[in-house]
Design a protein around this ligand. Structure first.
Ligand SMILES: Cc1ncc(COP(=O)(O)O)c(C=O)c1O
Length: 427
């Protein structure tokens, strides 16, 4: 099939819930992807913070191939050695004392599990009327009804109401607001340590440490959603480790499988105990194949020291972007943590994304004027230099388009180029 044929067929047979760019990939290796027509791309999106090892890392491929040839799926009715091993590794990397894991298949499902666990554990610990969960404005926790109800962005709610009750919204990074929102019914506080879909906004370490203290004082559970910022991306295994705290419950997915669909909820044993046999479950969650993929990801991140690399390369990337801002007035702010980076722009992000795409660089518009860069953790200085060159050219081209459009002599029409669909709001 050609890309054109894929676009046509997809429009007919797939639901229209994604605003897809007109690009289809044939294969990937490391930091690079190739489309059906053979054009090469440098990947600074990593499947939206998923492909932490890059594409087709030999260890990931070998683990998946070997497990697929041995055993793909049984059932959680049985003991699953790969799941037990993954649970052990998750306890190690999360640093949660007496950690126990619940394996599932996606980020939304991990958040759903975290919400259910928080409600059930809080009820057991403090009584029947305890169920409310305090969440942040501009949060994103996924698309299932519970996770959607915890997502404080009305654009994702439209047409799906009524939502699940019991979520209380407070401004992000505002500890006093969290404290004011606590009532006798409050079970938990649930936050992203770095808000991803909200536009890459890191929580301050003081806020996270304050949340931990507040939750301890008021006997609330601290639930952190590390789905986008976890697995080394911010320069620690998990972003809460910058603040020197551990949550009671953490929701994980994305980078965990390195592209293989898997999610997890990890909690202190005393909290996890609320999920007695039969209380919660999933057919596919933690099957041998998914766990083998995730084990390979964790071991490879460890062996290749990708957490430290993310910190170093993130600093380099943000330094280069800030230097670029000196000559590119369209850049109004650069923020992030490690390799989770946002560039705030004075021009529409979809135009910049399209200009980058046509020049062979993948990134996305996380907000109408915000571009997100979340490359694989294997990224090196040469690729960052290359990305900055392309990004600079793209900004210049978009600025020139704007000037041409604003100048009557320029004809007023923006030059062509690929369709300018931002991925913001497509998911
Ligand atoms: C912080 C966060 N939580 C939850 C989700 C939902 O994950 P999934 O799309 O795998 O359901 C996402 C996805 O972007 C996310 O960024």
């Amino acid at each position: 099939m050609t890309t054109h044929e894929v676009v046509e067929l997809s429009a007919r047979v797939l639901m229209p819930n994604y605003r897809r760019l007109p690009v289809a990939f044939r294969e990937g290796r490391g930091m690079r992807l190739w489309d059906l027509e053979g054009k090469e791309y440098l990947d600074f999106l990593a499947g939206i913070a998923v492909d932490v090892l890059g594409h087709c890392h030999p260890r990931h491929v070998a683990a998946i191939q070997a497990q697929a040839a041995r055993l793909v799926h049984v059932s959680n009715i049985f003991q699953i050695p790969e799941q037990a091993e993954l649970g052990r590794l998750l306890g190690e990397v999360t640093g949660i004392p007496d950690a126990q894991a619940l394996l599932c298949n996606s980020g939304a499902e991990a958040c759903e599990g975290a919400i259910k666990l928080a409600r059930r554990a809080a009820r057991r610990l403090r009584g029947e009327d305890v169920f409310e969960i305090i969440v942040a404005s501009h949060s994103f926790h996924g698309r299932t009804m519970g996770a959607l109800s915890a997502t404080m962005n009305p654009k994702y709610h439209e047409g799906f109401e009524p939502l699940v009750p019991g979520f209380v919204e407070v401004p992000f990074n505002d500890l006093a607001a969290v404290e004011r929102a606590i009532t006798a019914r409050t079970a938990a506080v649930m936050m992203e340590p770095v808000q991803g879909e909200g536009g890459i906004h890191p929580a301050s370490d003081a806020f996270l440490a304050g949340l931990r203290r507040l939750c301890d004082e008021r006997r609330l559970l601290l639930v952190l959603d590390e789905i986008q910022c976890g697995f080394g991306r911010t320069g620690r295994w998990f972003a809460y480790q910058h603040a020197g705290i551990t949550p009671d419950i953490v929701a994980l997915a994305k980078g965990l499988g390195g592209g293989f669909p898997i999610g997890a909820v990890v909690a202190r044993q005393a909290v996890a105990a609320a999920l007695e046999p039969g209380s919660h479950g999933t057919t596919f969650g933690g099957n041998p194949l998914a766990c083998a993929a995730a084990i390979a990801v964790i071991q490879t991140i460890e062996d290749e020291r990708l957490v430290g690399r993310a910190e170093e390369m993130g600093g380099y990337l943000m330094g280069r972007l800030r230097a670029l801002a000196a000559t590119a007035p369209a850049i109004t702010d650069v923020r992030g943590r490690g390799l989770m980076v946002a560039v705030e722009l004075a021009v529409p992000s979809d135009q910049v994304v399209a200009a980058c795409l046509s020049r062979g660089l993948l990134l996305n518009g996380v907000r109408p004027t915000t571009v997100r860069m979340v490359p694989p953790l294997i990224v090196g200085r040469p690729e960052i230099d290359e990305a900055i060159d392309i990004f600079g050219q793209a900004l210049a081209a978009v600025a020139a388009q704007g000037t041409a459009a604003a100048t009557p002599a320029g004809g007023g029409a923006a030059p062509g180029g690929p369709p300018t669909a931002t991925q913001s709001g497509t998911r």
